[in-house]
Design a protein around this ligand. Structure first.
Ligand SMILES: [Cu+2]
Length: 76
């Protein structure tokens, strides 16, 4: 994934996710609260209510290109 350029406003947007094996979404609504630069973003409000396989999905908008990415986490 190519990092969005700096200084183009809000490059990452609200995201979703959940547990594919359980059919439920995230228990909270995490938000991108800060662009830290160099393609790094601060995500706050993340909470996992149980162990297992979680998907976290982000929508990325660099201004002229859009993409999305899914991170897979397995909590034990
Ligand atoms: Cu679950």
């Amino acid at each position: 994934m190519q990092a969005p350029h700096k200084g183009q406003g809000k490059a990452m947007e609200a995201h979703t996710g959940g547990m594919p094996q359980h059919g439920h979404g995230l228990p909270t609504k995490p938000r991108i609260t800060k662009n830290l630069g160099d393609g790094k973003y601060l995500v706050e409000g993340m909470r996992f209510s149980m162990n297992g396989w979680w998907e976290i999905k982000f929508d990325i908008d660099s201004g002229n290109r859009k993409d999305s990415v899914t991170f897979n986490l397995v909590l034990k």
